[in-house]
Design a protein around this ligand. Sequence first.
Ligand SMILES: CC(C)(COP(=O)(O)OP(=O)(O)OC[C@H]1O[C@@H](n2cnc3c(N)ncnc32)[C@H](O)[C@@H]1OP(=O)(O)O)[C@@H](O)C(=O)NCCC(=O)NCCS
Length: 142
Amino acid sequence: MEIIVPIALDERVLGLLVSSGLPVEDLRDGVPRLYAGVEDDGHLIGVVAIEVHDGVGLLRSLAVRPDARGAGLSLALIGAGERLVAQAGIARLFLLTTTAAPLFERCGYVETARSEAPDAIRSTQQFSGMCPSSASFMSKRI
Ligand SMILES: CC(C)(COP(=O)(O)OP(=O)(O)OC[C@H]1O[C@@H](n2cnc3c(N)ncnc32)[C@H](O)[C@@H]1OP(=O)(O)O)[C@@H](O)C(=O)NCCC(=O)NCCS
């Protein structure tokens, strides 16, 4: 079983996110983010990030390298992200996804009205930049 560990944002993380089709433009904006990753043979094969905003978190940047998909790594990464959140004293985690809502439902996330979004989440680039009609807004109490 792969071990998921806290990591820092670096070129490997950016490369995996870009090749997975996920946005990276705002990752150097100074917002505090916690990253967890998993390596195989020295190469990063999975990553997840938690943005920390005023007592709530935004889970984003979940990616697994194509050749490592289908082995349950995303579930393990989501679990690792939730542990980081709990350690940071964050009680509720939010996310937006256009492609993976069923995956997050399996992990206990529920569809959430955008009107329930705390101001801190509403002001994130993820929230304001993603089209409301195509993205699911989800949350989970940790
Ligand atoms: C989404 C992603 C992270 C899944 O990674 P993965 O390690 O292959 O996922 P897992 O193996 O942990 O999948 C666990 C289960 O969820 C299912 N699943 C995976 N991705 C899913 C998706 N997008 N939608 C619905 N179900 C999904 C799997 O089929 C698997 O089900 P099973 O246990 O019944 O076989 C990966 O496909 C990826 O990096 N995609 C590109 C980036 C992306 O879209 N990230 C999500 C942004 S919110």
